[in-house]
Design a protein around this ligand. Structure first.
Ligand SMILES: CC(=O)Nc1ccn([C@H]2C[C@H](O)[C@@H](CO)O2)c(=O)n1
Length: 104
């Protein structure tokens, strides 16, 4: 099974279904629709859920809108700030849409 990590501060939003996408650089986007992925916290690698990948779509930083921000449970300004901190200067991203696998 593939793995992905998220910063711990996003764990509650993922488990509550409030965060349904993640934007990653090319090196962290090797997923395809239908993949079941094991999710752990970046800081301590503690497993906290499985997700199912719904789609993987290239998107440019300057194409991000309130839609992606809502899917991240953020404002657009917050989302762009977070992306800029994680991936300084990035222009090409991959949007990984997912749903929470309940019960495992
Ligand atoms: C190692 C690494 O890059 N980990 C990441 C990258 C991104 N995220 C979150 C932050 C935002 O909510 C979205 C968009 O990048 O995904 C993360 O939790 N961990």
């Amino acid at each position: 099974m593939k793995n992905i990590t998220f910063y711990q501060r996003f764990e509650a939003d993922i488990l509550a279904g409030r965060k349904t996408i993640t934007l990653r650089d090319k090196s962290d986007a090797d997923y395809a629709a239908g993949d079941k992925v094991s999710v752990a916290r970046y800081e301590d690698n503690l497993f906290f859920c499985h997700i199912e990948v719904k789609s993987v779509t290239p998107i440019r930083y300057d194409q991000l809108t309130e839609l992606q921000a809502r899917q991240e449970n953020m404002t657009l300004d917050e989302l762009k700030k977070v992306i800029g901190e994680i991936y300084p200067g990035i222009t090409e991203l991959y949007m990984i849409e997912f749903s929470l696998c309940k019960g495992d």
